[in-house]
Design a binder for this molecule. Sequence first.
Ligand SMILES: [Zn+2]
Length: 282
Amino acid sequence: MNRRKKAISIVSVILIVFLSFFSYIKISDNYRTVRLPEEIVLIPLEFTNIFLIPLKEGYMLFDNGYEKEYDYFLNKLKRNNIDVMDIRYVMISHHHDDHVGFLNRLTALNPSLKVILHEKSVPLLAAGKNNQKNGGGIVNSRIYALFRLKQLITPGWDFSFPPYSVRDTDIILRGESAELPEEVGLKSKVVYTPGHSSDSISLVYKDEYIFAGDMASNFLNLAGAKHLTLFNEDVGVVYSLWEKVLSMNIRYIIPAHGRPFGAERLKENLHKYSQKDLVVYF
Ligand SMILES: [Zn+2]
């Protein structure tokens, strides 16, 4: 076998193992799933789930995906018979590349759309790159290896995103928690939930649900994620937030990665990792 053929077959084997690992885990993570409230429109992107939450008038979009997913997103809206101009607010759970990639596109298309974000997101969004200054790492070495492999086979995946400059009309939330302003037309509390990133927020919905962003996840549990998002700046802070969520009697977690799940699974997985277990990535 010549060298080129050999290289191709090695890469193919790695790809097959990698893809079957991912699909296996995706399927097996689906057990004991929780249904979304029926009015919520889920738009699943490559890795990030984003949601349209109906308001008195129009919709609030919770998060958005990678920049390259914009056209796919518009198509999905069409298929759901939703006019993109009916999106009046976009809430950003935090500044990472897989959550804010087409924010500029949306505000350019509809300048009256308002972005809702935490004050800590303001400089991080303007920087256009996932913050790597707060340390932290990947939950375990298996997931670290998958991350490295994905980076190897995904050209241009460098944790950057189009920088977003917050406008005067955007809604900046401050402090540990805040009610959504009345103009939004949705009575809901926003909780500051750092740990995954220093600017993370989550949205409590109908008292029982929480749109968690990356405060928790339901992805790669069989590889040992144990409901943590794969990367965390401070895992101790994440667990203290899980305890807070449990004390608020929230029953269902709606994560950005993976399907919704019952809050009891946070309780079962509390403190499974400590900060020193994390594998430094950056
Ligand atoms: Zn993130």
